[in-house]
Design a protein around this ligand. Structure first.
Ligand code: ATP
Ligand code: MG
Length: 194
């Protein structure tokens, strides 16, 4: 079995709230190996490349808003002037570009077995109110998707975490050059993986 890589970004809301160290600790204490770590201002091009520009991704994001509006009886056209999931997803991506440039972000590459499942489990649901207590988003964000959409901004949900093995590889390669990545063995691996 091979180790995999995932990218974690501590988003501007968490950096500005002084939560970086607390969040990094969650990934260290579960046993993942930090192989890349840097604090930087995200540029527009990198954010555009980071979040997919596929209809499938736009639709997934748009459907999140549509489902929420349906459950709550909110007229989606009041904010988005459309009920087309892909168009809504494209709008959210525009908002993400602004959000990611609000302050520096802390970008971290981690490695481990089944790392994608682990980072997504630690992160919790995208919508903070649905994120379980004990998860990073459940513990450190109380943003509302209704309020976010009403005020034309993305959910401020503390972190990004890769959500597929291929995405982990691609995202690490997007944010880090090879000489910014390190290979070493954590001492607890001897105990964990005898
Ligand atoms: P991330 O990729 O940042 O780890 P995620 O994988 O949980 O988050 P995605 O569907 O990839 O969720 O959405 C990327 C980000 O866009 C979310 O984390 C959130 O900040 C924002 N976002 C997604 N959908 C919506 C929405 N419908 N309304 C507002 N913001 C949204
Ligand atoms: Mg995502």
């Amino acid at each position: 079995m091979k180790k995999q890589k995932a990218l974690i970004i501590i988003k501007p809301d968490a950096v500005q709230r002084g939560l970086s160290g607390t969040i990094v600790k969650r990934f260290e204490q579960v046993g993942l190996t930090i192989i890349g770590f840097k604090f930087q201002k995200a540029d527009e091009k990198t954010v555009i490349a980071h979040y997919p520009s596929t209809d499938a991704w736009f639709e997934k994001v748009g459907k999140r808003t549509l489902n929420n509006c349906q459950v709550k009886g909110i007229d989606v056209k009041d904010t988005f002037k459309t009920d087309d999931a892909i168009t809504i997803g494209k709008q959210v991506k525009q908002w993400l570009i602004t959000y990611f440039q609000e302050s520096p972000v802390l970008v971290m590459a981690v490695e481990g077995y089944e790392v994608i499942e682990i980072v997504r489990k630690l992160s919790g649901n995208t919508i903070p109110v649905l994120a379980a207590p004990g998860t990073i988003r459940g513990d450190f964000s109380h943003d509302s998707i209704d309020l976010a959409n009403e005020t034309c901004r993305p959910l401020r949900n503390v972190i990004h975490a890769s959500d597929a093995v291929e995405d982990g590889e691609k995202e690490v390669a997007l944010w880090f050059t090879p000489d910014e990545l390190f290979s070493y063995v954590r001492c607890d691996e001897k105990i964990m993986f005898p």
